[in-house]
Design a protein around this ligand. Structure first.
Ligand SMILES: C[S@@+](CC[C@H](N)C(=O)[O-])C[C@H]1O[C@@H](n2cnc3c(N)ncnc32)[C@H](O)[C@@H]1O
Length: 307
């Protein structure tokens, strides 16, 4: 294998670049290849359709905030489903989607995957789940806050908020932007990262390298290994080594990116969810159990404001 660019081969092998597993165009595609055929979009589409059915077509637009939107998978699916609902003849209020992520490469991919028919109803925003109120896209004429009808934090992504202060900031911000009484927030937690999930999380460690061919970039192959995977308190510390290589038909295989994602993800128990919500003035109104497939199960906590 030969190593291109200005980094000496042995040094690059010893010092892969620090990655977040989302911070390059290749890692953004790799995420999409991993998430594959999850069917949670159907669940969120049904929940949005039910919300729309309770509204008059003359009402203000329904605003949906997708936190940690990634490549926009959820918003793209919701926009498509909502368009089909409109074709079905039901008269509905307009819907505006806001896709928030703190990783520009994911947003670039979300943008590039947006169907031209949906461009006007989606705003992609670079920002943090911990600072929603100051986002210009969340300002209303009456001041910030209280304008979001539906918040989605899908695919267990809240696990990235692994420090208590991060979790508290997110819940406080969520309470401020959620529409009082009728607004709903859907926060997913993977079964492996909640109560009793430790054996499942331990079993996620690959026993041999995972090889995944790119669908988008010719000749690109992803190779993932986990040099470290351990639970410290309620936080999983995982080192994901993801090497992106390219094989041309007549040349040698070259390493295009050597990524080390030093990942910390928190186990969010039901007690955590309830405690953080109460502290922020929110309540759990329902817990949904969803199976994407036999191995990827999640709990979706539904929050509303306190009555
Ligand atoms: C597991 S992916 C989920 C992507 C998408 N929601 C889906 O379901 O396919 C997690 C996403 O959350 C983003 N993320 C992590 N921490 C974040 C934070 N503090 N604020 C905003 N986005 C964050 C990551 O960049 C990544 O795109």
């Amino acid at each position: 294998m030969t190593i291109p660019n200005d980094t000496p081969a042995d040094e690059q092998a010893v010092h892969p670049r620090q990655a977040t597993c989302y911070n390059s165009k290749y890692l953004a595609e790799y995420y999409d290849l991993w998430i594959g055929t999850w069917n949670d979009v159907q669940l969120y589409s049904r929940l949005l359709a039910e919300m729309l059915a309770r509204r008059n077509s003359s009402d203000d637009p329904v605003r949906v905030l997708d936190v940690g939107t990634g490549s926009g998978r959820i918003i793209h699916g919701l926009a498509t489903a909502q368009q089909q609902g409109k074709k079905g003849g039901t008269s509905q209020p307009a819907v505006h989607f806001l896709g928030l992520d703190n990783e520009q490469h994911m947003l670039d991919r979300a943008h590039s995957l947006t169907h031209p028919a949906h461009v006007d109803q989606i705003t992609w925003v670079l920002g943090s789940a911990e600072d929603l109120v100051s986002l210009p896209a969340l300002q209303s004429p009456g001041g910030p806050g209280g304008i979001i009808d539906m918040i989605v934090f899908a695919c267990g992504s809240i696990c990235h908020l692994h420090e208590p202060a991060q979790g508290h900031r997110f819940f406080e911000q969520m309470a401020k932007v959620l529409k009082p009484t009728t607004g709903r927030a859907y926060i997913s937690v993977l079964e492996a990262l909640t109560d009793g999930g430790e054996p499942l999380a331990r079993a996620m460690e690959p026993s041999e390298p995972i090889l995944t061919p790119s669908k988008e970039f010719p000749g690109i192959m992803y190779r993932e290994t986990w040099p470290l995977h351990k639970l410290v308190g309620n936080v999983w510390h995982t080192h994901r080594h993801i090497v992106v290589s390219q094989k041309s038909s007549d040349g040698p295989e070259t390493i295009v990116e050597d990524n080390l994602d030093v990942r910390k993800v928190k186990v969010w128990t039901e007690a955590d969810m309830r405690a953080y919500a109460t502290a922020a003035g929110l309540q759990v109104v329902q817990i949904l159990h969803h199976h994407n497939d036999s191995t990827h199960k999640e709990l979706i906590f539904v929050f509303g404001t306190l009555a």
